[in-house]
Write a protein that binds this ligand. Structure first.
Ligand code: CUA
Length: 326
């Protein structure tokens, strides 16, 4: 059992995830290969270190136990030490690790992979699309357990890097290029991923969740996500919808089934069903949602989401509406 990795997450966020996002805690075959590679490197490096230490200390020990004699020191084949110890041995060890690494890092999805997810990096959130299912969401990927999933990575602004330590290694999302990666989970669970390439002020607050679930649950999730939002069923929610649709929110956000069709920010059609807000920064609760809308810059300084001028009643109304978007 690997000791818990300190990841600096607030406790209320940590409880959302099944395990620490650690390379040494794999939850799928691709990550398992990387964990094996990691351990192999730890063992090889330890052996090399102990060997060098021995070569270094052995003469000292010998000298201490040898009788004192006058005259020149016995000859040492310096050239052989440099050639074999300094060049050949390191080259051999590094070449071996290089070949193992190439195998572990293969980014092509296994043959027969049928599910494709597009992941698009934005400063500072992840747009998620399932092109075959007409699903569009943000900062949360759902995958069926035991099935490989192909990931197509793009970016609309700067270079980001997609990394879900329990499931796969890092792959960059580069503007103008589509990179591929793949994921597979062996067990149901919720795993935390993150942006692994410095991309500006809020790089550290650009996380995502991967929810691995049994096939039936996954199918129900897809069915719910592809539906448009349910129309308000009571007067408070209806009021909230009115405030939302007449606010600046609609210039950036889409709620499918309404006149809100902005594409700058995340699609909010099923916002209430997501685990977190602001790209893995806050658990998705009513209080956090209020704090985020009221002053986004306080939670993520530099965020492109502006504070919308709303009075207390309007803010409550909008939150009631957004909480209804299950
Ligand atoms: Cu996106 Cu760092």
């Amino acid at each position: 059992m690997i000791p818990s990795v300190l990841i600096g997450l607030p406790a209320q966020l940590r409880v959302l995830y099944d395990r620490d996002p650690s390379v040494f805690s794999p939850a799928g075959p691709r990550a398992a290969r990387l964990a094996t590679l990691g351990w192999t490197m730890v063992v090889v490096a330890t052996i090399v270190f102990l060997f060098v230490l021995t070569v270094l200390l052995l003469p000292l020990w010998r000298r201490r136990n040898a009788p004192l004699v006058d005259g020149p020191a016995p000859p040492v084949n310096e050239r052989a030490w440099v050639l074999y110890g300094g060049a050949a041995a390191p080259a051999l060890v590094l070449a071996g690790i290089f070949i193992l690494t190439l195998g572990a890092y293969r980014s092509a999805a296994p043959a027969g992979t049928t599910l494709t997810i597009e992941v698009i990096g934005h400063q500072w959130w992840w747009e998620i699309r399932y092109p075959d299912h007409l699903v569009q969401t943000a900062n949360e990927i759902h995958i069926p357990v035991g099935r490989p999933v192909k990931i197509l990575l793009r970016s609309v602004d700067v270079i980001h890097s997609f990394w879900v330590p329990n499931l796969a290694g890092k792959t960059d999302a580069i503007p103008g290029i589509t990179n591929t990666s793949w994921l597979e989970a062996d067990e149901p669970g919720t795993w935390r991923g993150t942006c692994a390439e410095y991309c500006g002020m809020q790089h550290a607050h650009m996380a995502l969740s991967v929810v691995a679930q049994p096939e039936g649950e996954f199918a129900r999730w897809v069915q719910n996500e592809r539906a448009t939002s349910a129309p308000p069923s009571d007067s408070a929610t209806l009021d909230g919808e009115h405030v939302f649709l007449t606010s600046q929110c609609v210039y950036c956000h889409t709620v499918r089934g309404t006149q809100a069709t902005g594409t700058i920010g995340p699609d909010l059609t099923h916002l209430a069903s997501r685990l977190t807000l602001a790209s893995g920064t806050l658990p998705n609760t009513r209080g956090n949602l209020a704090g985020w809308i009221e002053n986004p810059d306080r939670i993520k300084p530099g965020t492109k989401m502006p504070a919308v001028p709303l009075d207390a009643a309007q803010l409550q109304a909008i939150i009631t509406y957004l909480e209804s978007l299950k």
